[in-house]
Design a protein around this ligand. Sequence first.
Ligand code: ZN
Length: 64
Amino acid sequence: MSVYACEVCGYEYRPEAGDPEHDIEEGTSFEDLPADWVCPLCGASKEDFEKVEEDGEEESDDDM
Ligand SMILES: [Zn+2]
């Protein structure tokens, strides 16, 4: 699942975290969010979000 970022305020929607304040369960992909879902921070609509391309398939924390 992909992370999407709000182009207005920079908020990142992470599927693994969901959006508890809006009753979005953990594991809900951005595509599965209701059409009327808006950015929790600034209220921007889904159309204002852009997919974040993640480099690398796995996160590595030992990249100092
Ligand atoms: Zn926002």
